[in-house]
Design a protein around this ligand. Structure first.
Ligand SMILES: Cc1cc2nc3c(=O)[nH]c(=O)nc-3n(C[C@H](O)[C@H](O)[C@H](O)COP(=O)(O)O)c2cc1C
Length: 377
C-alpha cells in the first residue's frame, strides 16, 4: 500500500474503495432487543456516521451461546438478518461502507444476560476475574465457564462461518473477527485462560489454532479472504487476559495469518502503550509482519493519526469514543472544529439518549438557540 499523508486520503481494502482512512471502530452500545435484534435506531445511528471511510459495527454474537452482555445484537436469526439489512442499506445510501464485527464473548458472560440457560463456553473452565454488568442485579462475577470438548470446537467455528454468510446476506461489505479484548478467540490465545492439553492448547501453535481455523472457516463462508478482517489487542489485560508472552503469541499468529490475504489487520493499542511508555507498541510490533492494510485504533486524535499514517506506521486509523459524540467526526477533523467529549454515562444505556441525539456541526448553534427558547426564524 502507498503511504498516506493524511486520514482524508481515499484507500482500498480487499478491493473495496473507501473515501477516507477514518474508521469508526467497533463499539458495543447495548440497544438491541432481548432477542438480539438491532433496533431501527441503530440504522439512524450508523447512517449518521456514514462519512467514515469504514464503519465496523458493535460486537455481534454468532449464536445465542456467544452472548455475554445484555442487549447485544446477534446475526443468527432471520429476524436479525432482516434488521441488519435496514442498517446496511441506510449506510450504503449515504455512501458509507460497513463491516460486521463478530464477537463471541466466551467466559466474559453472565447467565442473566443470555437467552440460553447454560454456562458459557471457554477453552478451559476458569472463571474470569472481575465483574460484568447485568440489568437486573448490576455488576456480578462472571459465570464459571464450561471447557469446550475437542470434538465440539468445529461446531463453534461453524457458528462463525454461518454468521459470516448471514452478514453478507444482510448486505455487509465484510466481517471482522473479534480476537481482541479478552473474548473467546483471545481466551484461546492467552496462556492464563487456555490450559488445554489437546491440539488447541499448550504451545503457541496450538493456542493460535482456534483463531486460524475460525478465519479459514469465515473465508470459506465469504468465498474470499478479501471480505474478512481480524482484530487483535496484543498485551491488553482487559477481561483478565494475562498471556505469559503476548509478543510471541501475536508474532506467531500474525505470521500465520499474513498469507491468507485478509482485508486488513486491526490492531487495538492501549493509550498507555504509546503515550506513557507501556511495555511494547503492538502496532509497531505487527506492522512489519502483516502483508496487508493495518488499521490502528486506540487513543488517537487527528494529529497523532496523521503522524502515524505519514510515517507509514499504519494505513487507516480507528476512532471509537469520539465517534459517539461527534457523528460528523470526519467533517470536524477536516475543518478543525471543536470535538464534543465522550460521555460514558450513556455508552451502554438503552434508547436514543447518548446514541442518536448528538448534533452535527452547524446544528449545534441551532439546537442551543432552540433550547434557550429561540425560534427557527
Ligand atoms: C462504548 C465502547 C464500546 C466498545 N465496544 C467494543 C466492541 O464491541 N468491540 C471491540 O472490538 N472494541 C470495542 N471497544 C473498543 C474500541 O473499539 C476502541 O478500540 C477503544 O475505545 C479505543 O479507541 P478510542 O481511544 O478511539 O476510543 C469499545 C469502546 C467503547 C468506548
Amino acid at each position: 500500500m502507498q503511504t498516506a499523508t493524511t486520514i482524508f486520503e481515499p484507500t482500498n481494502i480487499g478491493g473495496l474503495t473507501l473515501k477516507n482512512r477514518i474508521v469508526m471502530a467497533p463499539m458495543t452500545r447495548n440497544r438491541a432487543s432481548v432477542a438480539g435484534v438491532p433496533s431501527d435506531l441503530a440504522a439512524t445511528y450508523y447512517a449518521q456516521r456514514a462519512s467514515a471511510g469504514l464503519i465496523i459495527t458493535e460486537g455481534t454474537q454468532p449464536s445465542p451461546d456467544g452472548q455475554g452482555y445484555p442487549r447485544t445484537p446477534g446475526i443468527h436469526s432471520a429476524e436479525q438478518i432482516e434488521a441488519w439489512r435496514k442498517i446496511t442499506d441506510a449506510v450504503h445510501a449515504k455512501g458509507g461502507r460497513i463491516f460486521l464485527q463478530i464477537m463471541h464473548t466466551g467466559r466474559i458472560a453472565h447467565r442473566l444476560n443470555r437467552t440460553v440457560y447454560r454456562p458459557p463456553v471457554a477453552p478451559s473452565a476458569i472463571q474470569a476475574l472481575g465483574t460484568i454488568y447485568t440489568d437486573s442485579l448490576g455488576p456480578q462475577p462472571h459465570s464459571l465457564p464450561r471447557a469446550l470438548a475437542t470434538e465440539e470446537i468445529p461446531s463453534v467455528i461453524e457458528e462463525y462461518r454461518r454468521a459470516t454468510i448471514n452478514a453478507l446476506a444482510a448486505g455487509f461489505d465484510g466481517v471482522e473477527l473479534h480476537a481482541a479484548n479478552g473474548y473467546l478467540p483471545m481466551q484461546f490465545l492467552s496462556s492464563n485462560s487456555n490450559q488445554r492439553t489437546d491440539r488447541y492448547g499448550g504451545s503457541v501453535q496450538n493456542r493460535a489454532r482456534f483463531v486460524i481455523e475460525t478465519l479459514e472457516a469465515m473465508i470459506d463462508g465469504a468465498g474470499s479472504a478479501s471480505k474478512i478482517g481480524l482484530r487483535v489487542s496484543p498485551g491488553n489485560t482487559f477481561n483478565d487476559m494475562h498471556d505469559a508472552n503476548p509478543v510471541g503469541t501475536h508474532l506467531h499468529l500474525t505470521e500465520e495469518v499474513s498469507p491468507l490475504g485478509l482485508a486488513y489487520l486491526h490492531i487495538q493499542q492501549q493509550p498507555k502503550d504509546v503515550h506513557t511508555g507501556g511495555v511494547f507498541d503492538p502496532v509497531k510490533l505487527l506492522r512489519p509482519i502483516f502483508d496487508g492494510p493495518i488499521i490502528a485504533t486506540g487513543g488517537f486524535d487527528r494529529d497523532s493519526a496523521n503522524r502515524l499514517l505519514s510515517n507509514g506506521g499504519a494505513d487507516l486509523i480507528g476512532f471509537a469514543a469520539l465517534f459517539i459524540t461527534n457523528p460528523d467526526l470526519v467533517e470536524r477533523f477536516r475543518s478543525g472544529a471543536p470535538l464534543a467529549p465522550p460521555d460514558a454515562a450513556t455508552f451502554y444505556t438503552p434508547g436514543p439518549k447518548g446514541y442518536t441525539d448528538y448534533p452535527v456541526l452547524g446544528t449545534e448553534a441551532l439546537v442551543g438557540a432552540l433550547a434557550a427558547g429561540g425560534r427557527w426564524s
